[in-house]
Write a protein that binds this ligand. Sequence first.
Ligand code: PGA
Length: 254
Amino acid sequence: MKTYVVGNWKMNFTVGEASVYLHKIQRKLPNYRDVAVIVAPPMIALQSLSLQVDRHKLKLAGQNGFYRDYGPYTGETSFSQLNGIVDYVIIGAGERRYTFGEDDKVIAKKVSAALRNKITPILCVGETESERAYGETADVLRDQVLSGLRDVSKEDVEKVIIVYEPVWAISSVESSKLASLDEVAEAVKFIKNVLNEAYSAKLEVPVLFGGSVSPSNAGAYLTVPGVNGILMGGSSLILSEFLDIIEIAKRVQR
Ligand code: PGA
């Protein structure tokens, strides 16, 4: 399986800045076959970046999308509109769930809409700090994985990428802490078991880790058994850090 490195730019960069930044990444990035590099720029920059991106080196992702294909949904962008522009879409990122109140039902519809429109969903799951403190991590992860994939058939499930993204470890969260390697190993193993049990198969679904990943800890997270890549926010905005992490992913590639 490839190692995935996903950079979520969140609400950063103007269209012009995003274009310059993509240009710099592409100039410096070698063409790695076994590391899949994906960047998720702001929605407003996607169309122009889709004309600029060198898809042999990296792919574009949306940060969100709406589950209906068209209609009176002011301010939304559908997966059918994203089709042809991006190859991936991040769904259920911590901020979508906890700042914008997206629930598992909405997230499940988005996962289905992405697949229907031939876009790979990158489904984020993760517990909050208090859920972890109350010992609810396993239940939360099981619920988020199973309800997010509620309408996904066995045939399609290996087209999905999952990210274990503990909310308390995301750098935008005020009290963010680093997840320990054991915590990541346990959660990733649990997610894979939940998937295998639900679909009664030994699935090849990539599970990534996200939460304050930086060049100083990326190597350690990437060597955690079961981790197939990383998703980062903050570090993806700094060219040298983003490239360093891709290089680390290449080195530790199994
Ligand atoms: P961060 O974001 O790398 O800035 O912590 C990660 C995430 O949103 O999952």
